[in-house]
Ligand binder design. Structure first.
Ligand code: NAP
Length: 314
């Protein structure tokens, strides 16, 4: 922070994007402050084994990976604040009037901001679903499919993600049942067709998940007819929930450009938003890849973009 109490860079969000932006910015002598939020760590905090983050031959647990990323950024001087930003006031000319981030009664003033607030996978909303997260309940087929070799799994959802993930899961699982609450699917025709012609995929349309069964690991689902009361049990060892994601963008409504699903819009070929000195990184601006490694890469880009932007203002 400069003598005038104004930071060069503040990062909002404590997931792979935020911590990687902090690492690069700290090594670039920007002395970043990271307002990591009370729910620091992001989606990896509800992930057990992470086998697809490069550099860990034997895999690493999600929370451990986040702890390592955080500590690595701190090693170079990034300052962590485990608090939530409650309000933002962006400036059109942050070199003369800094951006302001409200944290309770405190205000952080800063020339540049990286927004890395992430997204959350929608949950069905069952206690049993929460209890068995990481023990058979997953929100990322790409991450966890390989743990279900030759097993029977279920995917819940009727959108493109559900079709894509079901198709992907058939590379590993012996059987994949798609459970969707309506007879009609929201997914595009081409994605539906790909799933429908896959003989490892079975369908339970017009059903909702009433309960995830199992004590220490998933052993099946209790399904109920959406428009009725009839129930049935479906044995499985994995439940993949693919009912959409919600980007964490409520703070930025009316200030930053968003697409129709609420994701922040980056300028082409950059992490810049339309507000000078404000950059977006990671899942908050990405509904396509949604991987820890892509979020981390995007966080690196945002730190470099912020550094260059500051250099251009000098
Ligand atoms: P989505 O299109 O919003 O679909 C969500 C699905 O989950 C819907 O079928 C919805 O049912 C169901 N759902 C929502 N809440 C539910 C609940 N509480 N309980 C049970 N079911 C629930 O989300 P998405 O599939 O993640 O796709 C998001 C965007 O990414 C879309 O624009 C999609 O086209 C795009 N995408 C594209 C590709 C590709 O082209 N390769 C791949 C993945 C995603 P209803 O239909 O009944 O509302």
């Amino acid at each position: 922070m400069a003598d005038d109490g104004i930071h060069e860079l503040a990062i909002i969000g404590g997931g792979p994007a935020g911590y990687t932006a902090a690492l690069y910015a700290a090594r670039g002598a920007l002395s970043p402050v990271v307002i990591e939020g009370y729910a620091a760590g992001g989606q990896l905090m509800i992930t057990s084994d992470v086998d697809n983050f490069p550099g860990f031959q034997d895999g690493i647990m999600g929370p451990e990976l986040m702890q390592q990323m955080r500590a690595q950024a701190e090693r170079f001087g990034a300052v962590m604040r485990t608090e939530d930003v409650t309000e933002v006031r962006f400036s059109d000319d942050p070199m003369s009037t800094p951006h302001e981030l409200q944290i309770g009664s405190d205000i952080v003033r800063t020339r540049t901001v990286v927004v890395a607030t992430g997204a959350t996978a929608r949950q069905i909303g069952l206690d049993s679903e929460v209890r068995l997260q990481g023990r058979g309940v997953s929100y990322c087929a790409v991450c966890d499919a390989a743990f279900f070799r030759e097993q029977e799994v279920v995917i819940v959802g009727g959108g493109d993600s559900a079709m894509e993930e079901a198709t992907f899961l058939t590379k590993f699982a012996s059987k994949v049942t798609i459970v969707h609450r309506r007879e009609e699917l929201r997914a595009s025709k081409v994605m539906q067709e790909r799933a429908r012609t896959n003989n490892k995929i079975a369908w339970d349309l017009g059903y909702v998940v009433e309960e995830v069964l199992g004590e220490d690991a998933v052993s099946g689902l209790l399904l109920r007819e959406t428009d009725g009361t009839a129930t049935k049990e479906l044995p499985c060892t994995g439940l993949f929930v693919a009912i959409g994601h919600d980007p964490t963008t409520a703070l930025f409504q009316g200030m930053l450009d968003m697409d129709s699903n609420g994701y922040l819009v980056q300028q082409p070929g950059s992490t810049a938003t339309r507000v000078p000195g404000v950059f977006a990184a990671g899942d908050v601006a990405d509904h396509v890849y949604r991987q820890a490694v892509t979020a981390a890469g995007n966080g690196c880009m945002a730190a470099l973009d912020a550094e260059r932007w500051l250099a251009e203002q000098a």
